[in-house]
Ligand binder design. Sequence first.
Ligand SMILES: C[S@@+](CC[C@H](N)C(=O)[O-])C[C@H]1O[C@@H](n2cnc3c(N)ncnc32)[C@H](O)[C@@H]1O
Length: 399
Amino acid sequence: QVKYESQRKILQTLASRLEELGIDAQKPGELCCPLQPVVPSPIINGYRNKSTFSVNRGPDGNPKTVGLYVGTGRGQNIVCVKANHVENIPSKHKQVAQCYEEFICHSPLDSCILFHEGGHWRELVVRTTGCGHTMAIITFHPQQLGQEELATQKALLKEFFTCGPGAVCDLTSLYFQESTMTRCSHEQSPFQLLHGAPHIFEELLGLKFRISPDAFFQVNTAGAEVLYQAVGELCQATGDTVLLDICCGTGTIGLSLAHRVSKVIGVEVVEKAIEDAEWNAAFNGISNCEFHSGKAEAVLPQLLASWEDARPLVAVVNPSRAGLHYRVVRAIRNCRSIRRLLYISCKPEGEAMRNFLELCCPPDPRKKLTGEQFSPMLAIPFDMFPHTGHCELLLLFTR
Ligand SMILES: C[S@@+](CC[C@H](N)C(=O)[O-])C[C@H]1O[C@@H](n2cnc3c(N)ncnc32)[C@H](O)[C@@H]1O
């Protein structure tokens, strides 16, 4: 009910913002379109396949606590607490976090709390899959350490997780990333494989997906299956439909719908995710998909400007919280072949709201938005994140 209410408010906001733009958008209940009940997650506890653990001072003052932050910046009361009580994190993730804490507590090197104050040990990411694979990615601030000292630390970490106390975690892959920034891409600082296999594999809707350390994958695999099935239904694809999968990650959406359409075109900025998507297509024997590596705002305008294919074109967009770049929205609006658009957002009240307005506002030649506007037709929230206040919203737009 709480989640339904928050999604209802989002649709109310969208309706009133569209009214301000002169669009008669308000439907019964002051919403811009019908809102279906929240679709439950098939799994409620321990559903997360990826957890990110911070390293910081705990409530007892221990600066080598591996866990999650509680408190607020404004209250100046942020502490890092162990995640053992957190219901949506599986026990395997908690076990790896516990082992990492043991390792850094015995390390002569400090944890890195504020970059400029020194210290080395930073964040831990744990990813698991239904196939029983576990990947751990440890971020390390090199500070002034030389190559030899770095190699020693990497060897100690590997030894701990392969033949020491950390061996109980039975890691499939152990990665190490030297990072002087909050987040680094593989291109900025490579993920170094210290042990095991370079990828983990997940099964979803009968397909097998390879996942690289920096590739996105929905954190709730069973929840993602339910979402993608609904995407498939709302696409109303016929045999000759071309499906645009914008921000495609490892290709999950397009590949799971490939058998229903004549062609899938995926676009994604993370190069390793595109390599995964290509591998995933080949491994699953899917040959009607092409994947483009690059920013959607660079790839899509070019792709759609020269679009002369007569086949129906359906777009599925699933951007990160930053939403779609204006150029992507403009390219979609100005491509007459796209009559149907599915927008999947984990934060529809944020930047996605700006995109909804850009998609639905009246044509505006000054903004080079000459194409006919879209209208919201249906909204379905998915409880992708049980035990949190968040939802994944699927919004269908047509024109
Ligand atoms: C929420 S994820 C969705 C991935 C995929 N659709 C799925 O369900 O697994 C958003 C994806 O957008 C990608 N992304 C972020 N900014 C992008 C951009 N400017 N152009 C293309 N892809 C982008 C991210 O790397 C990430 O893989």
